[in-house]
Write a protein that binds this ligand. Sequence first.
Ligand code: GDP
Length: 444
Amino acid sequence: MFDSLSDRLSGILDGLTGRGALSDQDVQAALREVRRALIEADVALPVVRSFTESVREKAVGVSTLKAIKPGQQVVKIVHDELVEMLGSDAEPIDLNAAAPVVIMMVGLQGSGKTTTTGKIGLRLQKRQNQKVLMASLDTRRPAAQEQLRQIGEQVDVATLPIIAGQTPVEISARAVQAARLGGYDVVILDTAGRTSIDAELMAEAADIKRAANPHEILLVADSLTGQDAVTLAENFDEAVGVTGIVLTRMDGDGRGGAALSMRSVTGKPVKLIGTGEKMDALEDFHPSRIADRILGMGDIVSLVERAAEQIDAEKAAAMARKMASGKFDMNDLADQLRQMQKMGGLGGIMGMMPGMGKMKDQMAAAGLDDKLFGRQIAIIQSMTKKERENPALLKHSRKKRIAAGSGTDAAQINKLLKMHKQMADMMKAMGGKKGGGKMRQMMG
Ligand code: GDP
């Protein structure tokens, strides 16, 4: 998987990591090679363009972190952009619906649809403890229904008994009904494929969708067809709507163009990849693991991550020293807000606290959305240096100027000032003489 792309990219990046200094020209030259490697890997051009643009923006003039070479930082930037391009988070099959959950498989003939149906059935039943029923709706190819029956027997997953003469829509209705009566959790419908997209195929898929009301519509596409797989996904999505992609034959795909472009071009997640003919050769599509695999530089990536944490820790220690001194001005508050923004904003912080996720909607209604910190930082940035150091200066006319500068209003500014005052008072109490220098004692 990704072998040839991986060789190319690691070769290019290896050339950067060893060096002590890195000029903008070095970065540009390396990026030109990365660009060429991606194009050779058959990645869609617009995706290549936005990828290299993002990396360039972040990598040129990259700040020198202590203990980290600039080239290592560039590797980390390339890695993170790859993850982003691949879709950031893994998206497993969604079974969050009333049973029986219907999964509809669509795709061209020969893409591996029937094999993948069996693989998914096996995985859901064995790993996720779901009771699965599979049904072939391919009435055109006489052997198709029998093929699925045999696969079912092989993996020990139930298949719908074959009744000759039924239409695909009739079979789908019978499958859902049988699943309901039989207490199945999941029904997988393997629809007919054609050698190419035609109106009839799409109309049939739309009819089945209407009849069976699938929760997931998974397009099975052959990764070896590269950009054709991406175009296919766009066409299917337009005609019937697709909730996810399964890319087959990744085991033979050294280039990876389909896998790399799919998400960016179609907006649909690659949920699973087929990695062989055996029934257990099916893997989750984990963007970060895939990026690791492609770059083969996991150790550098984690090294840079650790260094970045270290820097945050140093900043936090500096902040603590400052707090211990009892001084806390608007610049300090802005630093704090930036730290919180880095943690994913209010939503991110709340998401880390168990049970808090549900409160998000209420908070949004109260104006406490993810952009809150951004607005507060904008307010502070609209202050003059003097005002930041001494917020007591902020009277009506100054607030008006700041509101205009930051696109906020007096009420939001007052709220921020109140928050700052509370924090500053707390610092004073903890750090100042009156508080017995508690913070100072704590900090040694
Ligand atoms: P369908 O016409 O789309 O239902 O395709 P099939 O499921 O019959 O698969 C066609 C061929 O592709 C079979 O020989 C499968 O074993 C093979 N196949 C399916 N998925 C993969 C995969 O991920 N890797 C490899 N190497 N072969 C696969």
